[in-house]
Design a protein. Structure first.
Length: 336
């Protein structure tokens, strides 16, 4: 199935680039609210499902056992920027379980937040696994393993009890069996299972509402959503799309980006889940699509539309800061 152009990038009066992709919006019963492109094609959700993966931390009893509050739970759902408070929070999570950064299997990279990376280098430091944007998720997995009395070593292996619980939760939320034939390895070394975009959207609709989930899972989902709404900076960081939207909308909107042009989200008041995939893997286009979907579907309050405008049609600037074009939804979207 052909994926339409969802986003255009202009320079002057001409369209310079086009981003093809697909977007699915689904309600908690699995009914399609909006479907553009091939929403049935399996895609790797990457980091967009960290909040779903974090269910194991709450359901295992790890969050309560170690006294985690909103900051730690938000970090378990995070693709953080590696800013000092992010790193300190991950260290705090590990320390609560009697672990340190040596237990992390996510690998190391420099902070995504460039000022923090420069400060680290100026101080003579080097990148560690704590700075990895996935370190909060991994700390959550380790704490879940300890709470389950499972081995901390090998927690990223698909056969480990933590990853088996993650897969089971994804199947439960999406309402579909996930084949190991579609399993890959994520950038941080955990398993990632390809799922249809419509199934991802359905999973986030259930995550948003608790519909179709047992009482324990529904409560865990609500707890994670509330933590991200209360501490969105710990989900992403300074100057990030997900931080800005959840700071503005609070509990009305949940959003989480992933690598390769994936973005997922939920509108709890409407009971909708959202999943976006841009074919070329470009996050700038996925963010525009997510903002456009929210602007289209959410009941906007005074000031919301003005706030969203800079994300729906962000200006394109050159190195001098001059506006030279814009990134915008294409004309291929159906009328509201």
């Amino acid at each position: 199935m052909y994926n339409p152009v969802l986003v255009e990038v202009t320079r002057g009066n001409l369209v310079e680039s086009r981003h093809h992709g697909a977007v699915a919006v689904v309600d908690a019963d699995g009914a399609a609210v909006l479907a553009l492109g091939d929403v049935g094609m399996p895609i790797f959700p990457r980091s967009a499902i960290k909040a779903l993966q974090a269910l194991v931390l709450v359901e295992s009893g790890g969050a309560d056992r170690y006294g985690f509050g909103d900051e730690e739970l938000a970090l378990a759902c995070a693709s953080h920027g590696g800013e000092p408070a992010h790193v300190a929070g991950v260290e705090r999570m590990l320390r609560a379980a009697g672990l340190d950064s040596a237990a992390l299997a996510c690998g190391a990279h420099w902070p995504l937040h460039q000022p923090s990376g420069r400060d680290l280098a100026r101080a003579g430091g080097t990148a560690s696994a704590l700075h990895n944007n996935c370190s909060g998720k991994h700390a959550g997995f380790l704490c879940a393993a300890c709470a389950m009395q499972a081995a901390a070593d090998g927690y990223v292996d698909p056969a480990h009890p933590v990853q088996r619980e993650v897969k089971s939760a994804l199947e439960n939320l999406s309402g579909a069996a996930i084949s190991d034939a579609t399993r890959g390895t994520d950038g941080c070394s955990v398993p990632t299972w390809a799922m249809p975009l419509s199934g991802l959207a359905h999973a986030f609709a259930r995550f948003a509402t608790g519909c179709g989930l047992d009482a324990e899972r529904a409560a865990a989902a609500a707890r994670l959503r509330a933590a991200c709404a209360a501490r969105p900076w710990f989900v992403a960081g300074t100057g990030r799309f997900d931080t800005a939207l959840m700071e503005h909308f609070g509990a009305r909107v949940f959003v989480k980006g992933g690598a390769e042009g994936v973005h997922c989200g939920a509108l709890p008041d409407l009971g909708y889940g959202i999943a976006v995939k841009c074919e070329d893997g470009h996050g700038r286009a996925a963010e525009v699509v997510m903002a456009a979907v929210i602007a289209r579907l959410l009941r906007l309050e005074p000031g919301d539309r003005h706030f969203l405008a800079r994300f729906v049609r962000p200006p394109l600037r050159n190195w001098k800061g001059t506006v030279v074009g814009e990134i915008r939804p294409s004309g291929h979207w159906p009328e509201s």
